[in-house]
Design a binder for this molecule. Structure first.
Ligand code: SF4
Length: 210
């Protein structure tokens, strides 16, 4: 794993989140909730108008669900997401003094927030680390041989002891980029992959060329 971390750092020096929240914790939380079954590019595009209209937790909490729905319609699951965003903002205002909480326990109480989003927030906002077991992380960890490639919680638990806390957030952001560029779901480019000698399950074609 240490070698894989090093290689990914070399290929993707930045290792930053693709969601353009401008460093605002609440906005990152909103965007992470919107990103379920939606591309980061779409979330970034939709968020510009959304935050012009509702710039902070208080304005989301006071919003009509229909007004949020209208602005996030193209993100998919827009009814559920709008309702979650309103309730989540209300809870942040009423129970956390308008600030996004940092503990896993508190984050998981927020509507629309599961472990993936909670770990993203803990890592990117609070510097506490966290394995963000999204589709790329799960798939690539399975192929590399660190986990089962299926279960998000297992992936998180398998990777957590292997990746130093302070590197976990950037590592997961790099996996997203690597998953898009090289180790894609349908057609991994194993023959051109910098990690192939460390990979437990490369595609059979590439295996024969090793
Ligand atoms: S060798 Fe193939 S399956 Fe393994 S990490 Fe690289 S692209 Fe993914």
């Amino acid at each position: 794993m240490a070698e894989i971390i090093r290689l990914l750092e070399k290929i993707y020096p930045d290792g930053e989140c693709m969601l353009e929240s401008g460093g605002d914790p609440f906005r990152l939380l909103v965007m992470a909730i919107l990103s379920a079954q939606c591309t980061d590019a779409r979330v970034n595009a939709v968020s510009e108008e959304l935050f012009k209209r509702f710039p902070d937790p208080a304005s989301f909490a006071d919003a009509r669900r229909e007004d949020i729905e209208e602005l996030i319609r193209s993100c998919g699951l827009f009814r559920t997401k709008a309702e979650n965003l309103r309730k989540c903002a209300k809870m942040i205002v009423e129970e956390y003094g308008g600030k996004v909480p940092s503990s896993m326990e508190d984050l998981l109480k927020l509507p629309g927030v599961g472990r993936k989003v909670a770990n993203l927030i803990r890592g990117d906002v609070f510097g506490l680390g966290g394995i963000v077991a999204d589709t790329h992380c799960i798939r690539i960890s399975g192929r590399l041989g660190f986990s089962d490639g299926k279960d998000p919680l297992k992936t998180e638990r398998d990777l957590d002891p292997l990746v130093p806390k302070e590197k976990q957030s950037a590592f997961c952001h790099r996996l997203v980029l690597f998953g898009r560029d090289v180790c894609s779901a349908r057609n991994p480019k194993c023959a051109a992959c910098a990690l192939i000698r460390l990979c437990r399950h490369p595609s059979p074609d590439a295996e024969s060329e090793r």
